[in-house]
Design a protein around this ligand. Sequence first.
Ligand SMILES: Nc1ncnc2c1ncn2[C@@H]1O[C@H](COP(=O)(O)OP(=O)(O)OP(=O)(O)O)[C@@H](O)[C@H]1O
Length: 951
Amino acid sequence: MSTSTLPVLNLSPPRILLPTARVTMPVHMSVGEELLQLVQESETQPVLAAVPVSSGENVILHDWGCAARIVRIVRPPRLVNSSRLRPYLLTLQGLSRVHLLGNKVTRNTLNAPVDHVVQFPADEGVPTAEAASIFKSAATTLLSRLTKDAAGEARRDLYTKFSVMVEEVSNQRTPWMADVLIASLDADYADKLDFLSAVEANDRLKRATAILVKQTSITEVSKKVAQSLDESLSRQQKEFFLRQQLAAIQRELRNLQRSSAITRGKLSDGTDTSSGKLADTVTSELDDDEQAEADDMAGIRTKIEAMARDSEERRMAVREWRRLGRTPAASAEHGVIRNYVRATGTYMQLEWLTAVPWPASAVSAAMSNPLVALHDREFLVKARRQLDSDHYGLEKIKKRLIEYLAVVRLKELQAEKETRLQAVEADKSAQAAADAPSSKADGLPAQNDSKALVSYSQEKAVGIPKQPQVHIRATRKTGVKGPILLFVGPPGTGKTSLGQSIARALNRPFERISLGGVRDEAEIRGHRRTYVASGPGNIVQALRKAGRPDPVILLDEVDKIASSNFHGDPAAALLEVLDPEQNHSFRDHYINVPIDLSQILFICTANTLDTIAAPLLDRCEIVHLSGYTYDEKIHIARKFLIPKQLKANGLTADHLTLTEPALLHIATRYTREAGVRSLERAIGAVVRYKTVEWAEYCDSIGAELDSAVPIDNVAGEGYKKVVEEHELEQILGIARWDEEEREREERRGLVYGLVVTGMGEGGILPVETSVVPGSGKLKLTGSLGDVIKESAELALSWVKSHAYELYITQTRSQDPLKNPDPVDIHLHLPSGAVKKDGPSAGIAMTCAFVSLLTGACVPNNIAMTGEITLRGRVGPVGGIKEKVLGAHRAQVTKVILPWANRKDVEHDVPLEVRTEMEFVFVRTLEDVLEAAFGKGVIGWRGNVMLVESRL
Ligand SMILES: Nc1ncnc2c1ncn2[C@@H]1O[C@H](COP(=O)(O)OP(=O)(O)OP(=O)(O)O)[C@@H](O)[C@H]1O
């Protein structure tokens, strides 16, 4: 037993050094400096005593410590301009136990080494074989368990190495082995402290064994706990825990971001910037997920409760709700299940199910009160005023719409009366049933049981904020089977905006569904829920957007809907929607509960009737909008389009005046359309041009844009507010239609017919013919359909059969195409890419053949339309108004029309057009030839055919 004086290094808990162990630890700078000096002064590696201390103001040294050699001491790099003290890194190698003598209380808080007298214990002795083997077996058990559970390869290797060492170590060296093992184990500080004072070999082995056994049991128990936790936690619970952790991490990240935002705010100018404050004080609604979820669920619940009792939608919603509610709302699993449900789409479906404004739901009843407008005795007057203020002209259509609104009003009021009677009946039966306890079959209270509704929602809403009570009784309203209007006409004639006006007049929401290019039935009827990314169809979507069961829904472009294909038949689905007999139980595949669409007012629009399926047409009442005359267009422009464009471009009427000739010039030379869309665009271009001029002018005189009053400076200086005809070329470029006017020529074999395009727009179409060498055949080009081809053959046959009378051939038996030389006739209708069909070009083609074979020309101010028969009769055709307006736009002054269409002209064609044009109504082809070529230009040999053709 020897004593010595060693510098004592204090080790604060939980740090401890055992003999054989090597540790590296940070030490305070002052301690580091002293140790460094010690190293520099001594020739060998200096030894100190590493002694554990109790923490507190007065540090008390433990009785036992460990003599340790200083292996290395690392001075930290000195930081420039830094006053911070960085710790030294000290590496010690534990040598042997030392016992401290004398006073062990020190005030050295910095743990600077102070010399202290220590005693090295005498010989530790030899352990007994029994103690050694007990120790070995305890060590082996623990090590094998640790090896098995080790997380990493390196750890496993270490434990294996220890196992081998324990196996091979001699009994005499077991105390040393005990030091090695205990030093490297993650044992308790107190146990290790106790172990440090065990000098005698057997004693040391005993204490080491105790520690090893304790560690073994700790490892076993924690493994068992982990296992049992693993088994008891279901997948959902695990996911819940993970989500909770995720939420906690997200919260922490948010806090971190917020605090860094504040720091940035502070750093930028030394004070709290607004951004820093903002980040600190303003909490986004996006942060509060839980509250938002609770609100969503409460909203859904209220809507379910408001659904009519015994309705299918309510049953379905309750079923879905129960799925959600199977786990109590307060339980931790609720969130997880909701997420599961949401993932599988059930939650989405419930959300959609409750978002539909069910006609019989109390929520719908609370939101919609359309009958207020209908009860107004001034309803029709106001509606007329509304239509007038939104649209110019369209007198006939407005009259028809007023009739329509009158019918809708009457039917709605009748339906309301019926509903009221039903409600009285229902009240009576409810009174009778009041004594009997109500059976709550679906777990939710009856719809008209309003008290129950309140108490139910208050009692049962677990974890969901309570919603204000809905006190409205909703009874299923009788559906109103109003007519379905179909507006047909060219683009830009106001079909869509008329629909909007109707909705405004009825005080109902307006929704537009565009059917152009809809190929898939599911777009109307929704996808089945089994379908990936399924969703409801656009009818349900429109209903949800409207938020009421009785909106006005405009089905735009029904003529562009695709017919039956491998995606189903969208037209057939539309048929169900529009059929008043079926649409009270429309079934959307996604919602999967019959929806009553009978309260919706459907209005359809189309450009043409040709492509609309007959059954669909049959359900609609057709209203034709055939386009505007120039006069109407000028009025529409003055009253609606110019003010609209001025407003859209930030000018006022003080800034711009379009002269009458300028406006007419725009309408005639820059646009050629039935509607007013291009006109509106052209006016927009003029307004924008003037906006730039105005801004430049204001900038040049240094005036505010909105304060200066425009000066009408005709001299050309400053800003000129009047736009005249001659300026249009500079503003809008070269007029588009000038050229064609000049191109319309008068030639042999060329006649102008009248057509209605696929867009419903009328116009003129040249019929070109020419003679080519051949064998007496007719060649037809220009994307012609079967009917028009037959019509051409018919025309040629008639001309051939009357060639002798028309002085084309010398005898009745001669074929004009084979005599004197065999020739072919080629007939072409320009715009070869556009498909053409129909019989209405019959008289134009006949005139073209006659012109070609006789050499007489039809003047280019004449256009014609009419179907022919083989006997030379002229039959009526459709689209007269469009065709006449088209001819008027093309500056044709004389039109030849079938006699049977006389009434159409009188009724449909506006007076100003009628007065500007000459109309010739014809019964026979002879009349046509006379009207087209002029009286007596085409000679008739004898009167035979004339008589026959008049039969
Ligand atoms: N008689 C009118 N009075 C006032 N404005 C009109 C009139 N007719 C059309 N308009 C205006 O013309 C524009 C185009 O009308 P709208 O969109 O209703 O055309 P549409 O017939 O539905 O065309 P599409 O067939 O291309 O859908 C709208 O801004 C509308 O207000």
